[in-house]
Design a binder for this molecule. Sequence first.
Ligand SMILES: [Zn+2]
Length: 491
Amino acid sequence: MIPGIPGIEPQKLEKWEPVIGLEVHAQLATQTKMFCGCRREYGAAPNTHVCPVCLAYPGALPVINEEAVNLAVRLGLAVGCAVRPFSRFARKNYFYPDLPKGYQISQFDEPICEGGHIDFYLDGGDFKSVRLTRIHMEEDAGKLIHGSGEESYVDFNRSGTPLVEIVSEPDMRTPQEAKAYLDRLKQTLIYTGVSEADMEKGNLRCDANISIRPRGSETLGTRTEMKNLNSFRGVERGLTYEINRQIDLLESGGAVLQASLQWDDAAGVTRVMRIKEEANDYRYFPEPDLVPLMVPAERIDEIRAALPELPSAIEKRYADEYDLKVQDIHVLTRTPQLAQFFEAVIAGGVSPQLAAQWVQGEVLRVLNEERQEIADFAMPPDRLAGLIGLVDSGTINRNTGKAVFDDMLSSGLSAREVVDRDGLAQVSDSDELRLIVRSVVHEMEVELARYKAGEKQLFGHFMGSVMAATRGKGDPRVVRGILQELLNADG
Ligand SMILES: [Zn+2]
């Protein structure tokens, strides 16, 4: 089965196979920068977190941030890498105005982590494992800010921010797989506390290598590197665009040039930045100002022992214990805080299915509307469990439950308090309901005649009228029974 790609004609994909590898930069969630004591803070006034080291004053020397090393090892262990007991920093030489030293301290042939894999399920439920080549540590550059006229400014606050670069093998075949890979990587970074992984804040940045080869071929085609894929949507759109471009080029007898491309998300096109660039253009050499980095086995063991339950394990547990669908699990485990909230609702005595419905429905609706995180959510999980219990036991119906939910958020009351205050408890007393049903049906002579003449679809109309007459408090199951009995009676 050839996987389809929205936006690419199936005939093209029968002939050509896209090959995608990703390079993701993640800023590490440290207090301070990679090689100096400056605070790492997003959104501070320009050039307020700088010092001689990150401004590259002559004679200033770098010192490795131990916390950054611990986080890089933590990530490596979470994704099954081998951690090198001995790794080395190297200089990557190039000029850019946001790089005051004229080189970036990175790692080259002796990175801190090698191998590993990222595993995930695709939307259709298929399992996919993408191999990692390596994870290495490096420092971020500063930031150029372009003025309204000809002028540009440099903000060095970001200069020296600790990064890990996570390099995958070219194991992905569709933009959708690339997106799912990124999703899982982001989730892993958040669960392990290695990075805030917020793409909007530039914590997470993605470049992609893309090539096309005739289907069935084992040889890789010439690849382009696409920069600036800085949203999940951008990754899917950019890759789709580039796959189409390369296939069209090859089919018209042209050849793909090895190049760095910039994805312009607003225009929806790629632009060529540089043609052909090789690792040796950067004149890598070992960083002479830093000693090699040794990570003792005991340290690696300590970090491994402190790893939290990882997303793939939680997903498996949810599938085995709670019997939830892949899509539901995906949503509920997006962040560890949301997963904890969901589990706390279940701990309040609610079935996993109902808890999943309410958390995905009402809770996420409010969080999206208010642009909040679950940590900011005003209703504790045990109160939500109380509300779901009242709906499940039939004390109130589902629609009333939703209204009570909104009321609880604004009033701070418990579900029971709102129900008692407004007298919302459902009427399931059949004698009382029978009187209401009779009087409603009595008023609806015309509809009754049509119903008896065979227009059975009018049943919903009767149901709605009776529910309205009970002001939504009638127990729908009881109402339905009485109504059926009455409408289908002879005469
Ligand atoms: Zn500094």
